[in-house]
Design a protein around this ligand. Structure first.
Ligand code: SF4
Length: 340
């Protein structure tokens, strides 16, 4: 009888080369993304600290932390630190705050610790190697056990080809190895960006992204993303739509650390996109490569434009990755990807 495959969180696995610690650059506590959702228990806890601290948000259709006029969380102090953490301890923060930018995916080989890259503490300056010990406290559930965001047992390479996790790992090892050696990430992905869309056009989708700006930092990311699609598929020359995240990257750039090349920043990001397996629920590896190649092309163009504005190469790449990761996580992008 075939043995049942189980996805497990033990042992905890870190991708070789992943580097991160929280320096408090503060970007994660702003309206680059939704600050939540809060569970009922978290909402009660937050309201004990500040009665207006959490509220129902119609856009997210859930309870979220309230933002201040500058788009930052109402609990963010002028020095960017979290007042909930400072005054009530790390455990008083909602789980989403404790966890970001870390995540955990259960696989047949153990729990893969993942990292988001819309975080200058993850992408810029000297950062210590990520270790399971350092990450573990952020990954525990209220009962003190590591809790997985996702579980993966098998991987679909293409529409008709599903393979064991061990077979996928062989393929992934080759890709991660090339990225670590500094190969061109577009060549590693071996996929053509901007495939033909089903029943829509890239220009129409780009204009909708631009129209969806809402005054938040996330809205600005939509503007950059949409503008860049128009440039790449239609030859238009956009004007930069503003960078409300710049102060967090200023702080990150001021930290000690040798500047990296933009390719190092991009390869690190693509490696984590593969490692996180976030695509596996809805996509095949083949589709994931096309989707990633498209966002990579957008990120590389944004990076070049930021470098022309005078920003350092690694910072330009880190800001570009923030933009394409933010939009990549959104329903706007998921709907476009469904049409690829
Ligand atoms: S509660 Fe604290 S950690 Fe969470 S978003 Fe607000 S300031 Fe940031």
């Amino acid at each position: 009888m075939a043995q049942k495959v189980r996805a497990t969180v033990r042992p905890l696995l870190v991708r070789p080369g992943a580097r991160y610690t929280c320096f408090g650059d503060g970007l994660c506590c702003t309206d680059i993304h939704g600050l939540g959702p809060l569970t009922k228990r978290e909402l009660t806890q937050i309201r004990r600290i500040d009665r207006e601290g959490g509220e129902y948000n119609d856009d997210f259709e859930d309870y979220m932390l309230r933002t201040a006029a500058d788009g930052g969380c109402i609990f963010q102090m002028p020095d960017q630190r979290c007042s909930v953490h400072a005054n009530h301890g790390a455990e008083a923060k909602p789980e989403g705050c404790m966890r970001f930018p870390l995540g955990l995916v259960a696989t047949p080989e153990g729990g893969r610790i993942t990292t988001e890259h819309r975080c200058p503490c993850r992408t810029l300056g000297d950062r210590p190697e990520l270790t399971a010990e350092a990450a573990l406290p952020s990954l525990l559930d209220p009962a003190g056990r590591p809790s997985a965001d996702d579980r993966v047992k098998k991987v679909k390479l293409s529409a008709k080809h599903k393979v064991s996790f061990a077979r996928y790992r062989e393929i992934e090892d080759g890709l991660l190895d090339e990225l670590a050696k500094g190969a061109d990430p577009a060549e590693v992905l071996e996929a053509k960006p901007f495939p033909k869309l089903h029943k829509t056009k890239w220009v129409r989708e780009a204009l909708e992204l631009i129209d969806s700006r809402d005054g938040t930092a996330f809205g600005a990311a939509l503007g950059w993303f949409g503008d860049t699609i128009l440039k790449l598929v239609d030859g238009r020359e956009p004007r930069p739509p503003g960078r409300p995240w710049a102060a967090a990257f200023d702080r990150a750039e001021a930290r000690p650390g040798e500047p990296r090349t933009s390719r190092e920043v991009f390869n690190d990001w693509i490696a984590d996109e593969l490692w996180s397996l976030g695509w596996n629920d809805e996509r095949t590896l083949e589709m994931a490569r096309v989707e990633l190649a498209t966002r990579l092309a957008i990120a590389q163009d944004i990076c070049e434009r930021l470098e022309r504005l005078g920003l350092r190469a690694d910072r330009s790449a880190a800001e570009a990755v923030t933009i394409v990761e933010l939009v990549g996580e959104s329903d706007f992008w998921k709907e476009i990807v469904e049409r690829m």
